[in-house]
Design a protein around this ligand. Sequence first.
Ligand SMILES: O=C(O)CCC(=O)C(=O)O
Length: 327
Amino acid sequence: MIGVGRVLREEQIQAFHTDGYVVVEDVFSPDDLQPLVDDITAEVNRRAELLVQQGELSQTYAEADFERQLAKISLETDKLALSIWNGVLSSPGIFHLISHPRLVDIAEVFCGPEVIASSVYRLRPKLPNYAYGAVPWHQDSGYFEPYCDHALVITAWVPLVDATEANGCLWVIPKSHEHDVLRHRLHESGRYLEIVEADLPEGQAVACPVPKGGAMLFTNRTIHGSFENRTDIVRWSMDLRYQSAALPTNAPITRLEGDDLPSVAAGVPAACYPPEADFLVRSQKRPNEVIRTPEAFDALRRNYAPQSVTNRWGVHWAAPKAPADHS
Ligand SMILES: O=C(O)CCC(=O)C(=O)O
């Protein structure tokens, strides 16, 4: 299998399967992450300038470093931070991170050679001492189509600063991926699904610090959450997801003879998360269908007509808006 022994050690692969998660250090060089940091900074400056023009912010704080600018802005208004939490950005830096060869090598270890970058990617600026940034206990599958509960959709959680227990790194319940998808309820914020404390399985939760340049990988049934940031810097991170092309996907790919792909007509969902567009990020069988440029990625996401996800919990949460309907 491509990638095994090169991108991950055998014990890391084992840990992922046994515990439901693994932290991998040194996935990216600082140069790898800088274009994304620059894109985010440009976007923060753009939105801050608008707020200054509208009289809602005294200055853009552009001289502050990446870890502090949004924290300073947010002491005056939380509008900018909220617009990032509640939106889904599309930028060349985001595309290059999702399709970073080392990350895709890692995804290939678990998903096989036909790798779909799942539609669900999120940028999260967890602000200092701000309740909005906490993400309650959940399994990512709580948000996905039930059909995909027992498939593997991996999350690569990538911090853009050193993520520590103090600034709100992720917590997981080891081995919780062995459970089915547990009941999720609407969190009091109305923005998240959560597994309430009483429904959590036995097991000691562990904090998972990840240094900048590393990534944490976990499964769609691994129970995780993140809590307060008790520092004065913003805990910036991105979470990205990957799956096999053999699972339901709305990526524009050719179904090939011999593929055991499920059909929508047979009641199988169009994708594990139909509200946003998937794309093919690596393929041996369909190399011409791999999305290779930020422009193609952006066009695909903007032109996608969102479809709803099965409302299995009977609740509605305020899902972030994808590029097509958010500026
Ligand atoms: O970044 C966070 O704080 C939460 C991330 C998360 O829950 C996820 O990636 O599913």
